[in-house]
Design a protein around this ligand. Structure first.
Ligand code: PGA
Length: 252
C-alpha cells in the first residue's frame, strides 16, 4: 500500500512574511495520522524560513523546480546539492514548467535522475491538454510522459507521481474521480509495474492535482488508486488546505 501524501504547491506566490505565517498557521491546525505525509512547496527563497517554521513537526518541505547539474554556469537555477539539509522533495515536470519554460521529457528525466542520486524525492507531474483529452489520447500522452521520465531510474522508491490534467489546473474544472482512478490505476500504476515491478507499483504514491478544494477532496480520497492530492490555489489558504488534508485522512 502506498502512503497518503498531500502536497501544497504555492507557485510564485507569497511574500516572506506571508510564507512564514502560512506555514505556521498550517502547522498549528494540522494533526496527521501515521503514514500520512504533508509536503509544502514554497517559493525557493522561502524554503529555509518555512523549514524553520515547521521544524520538529511531521510537515515536510520541497522546492518547485531544480536543475539537473550539480553546479556551474546556470544563472538563476538551483541544484539538488543545494537542497541538502533544507528539503526532502522536488516537484518535477509541472505543466507550467513544461509549457512556459519548454521543459522536455528528456530534461525531466535528467532532473529525476539528479534528485534520486542525491536522495531527494521527486513528485513527477504528468497530464494531458484539453485538446488531447478531446482527441481521446489521454492514455497515450500519459504513457509517453511516464515512460520517458522514468527511463534508467535508480531509486524508484523516491518517486511520487501526480496526475494533473492541464485543463483542470486553476480552472475550477475537475474530472470525475472514477476517471482519475482509471488513469492512475490502468495507465500509470500498470506502467510502473511493467517498468519497475509489483512492489514499486504498489508503493508509489499516486496523486491527483487540478482545482482540488475542500468540497471535492473527499470524493478523490475515496478512489482506490488516488493516494493523495497536489493542491495549488487552495494551499495558499491554511484553513482550506488543512480541511483538504482532513478530508483525505478521514477514513485512516
Ligand atoms: P490548482 O493547481 O489546485 O490551483 O488547480 C494545481 C497545480 O498546479 O499543482
Amino acid at each position: 500500500m502506498a502512503r497518503t501524501l498531500i502536497a501544497g504547491n504555492w507557485k510564485m506566490n507569497t511574500t516572506l512574511s506571508d510564507a512564514i505565517s502560512l506555514s505556521i498557521s498550517i502547522r498549528d491546525q494540522l494533526t496527521l495520522p501515521p503514514d500520512t505525509e504533508v509536503v509544502l512547496f514554497p517559493p525557493t527563497p522561502f524554503a529555509v524560513p518555512v523549514r524553520d517554521a515547521v521544524r520538529g513537526t511531521t510537515i515536510k518541505l520541497g522546492v518547485q523546480n531544480i536543475h539537473n547539474e550539480e553546479s556551474g554556469a546556470y544563472t538563476g537555477e538551483t541544484s539538488v546539492t543545494m537542497l541538502d539539509g533544507i528539503c526532502e522533495y522536488a516537484l518535477i515536470g509541472h505543466s507550467e514548467r513544461r509549457t512556459l519554460f519548454n521543459e522536455s521529457n528528456d530534461f525531466i528525466n535528467q532532473k529525476i535522475q539528479a534528485c534520486f542520486a542525491h536522495g531527494i524525492k521527486a513528485i513527477l507531474c504528468v497530464g494531458e491538454t484539453e485538446t488531447e483529452r478531446n482527441e481521446g489520447i489521454t492514455s497515450q500522452v500519459i504513457t509517453r510522459q511516464v515512460e520517458s521520465a522514468l527511463r534508467d531510474i535508480e531509486g524508484i522508491e523516491r518517486l511520487v507521481i501526480a496526475y494533473e490534467p492541464i485543463w483542470a489546473i486553476g480552472t475550477g474544472l475537475v474530472p470525475e474521480a472514477e476517471e482519475v482512478n482509471h488513469t492512475l490505476g490502468q495507465t500509470i500504476r500498470s506502467q510502473i509495474k511493467s517498468l519497475y515491478g509489483t512492489q514499486a507499483s504498489e508503493e508509489t504514491p499516486l496523486l491527483y492535482g487540478g482545482s482540488v478544494n475542500p468540497g471535492n477532496a473527499y470524493t478523490f480520497a475515496q478512489a482506490d488508486h488516488i493516494d493523495g492530492v497536489l493542491v495549488g490555489g487552495a494551499s495558499l489558504d491554511s484553513a482550506q488546505f488543512v480541511e483538504i488534508c482532513t478530508q483525505f485522512t478521514l477514513d485512516s
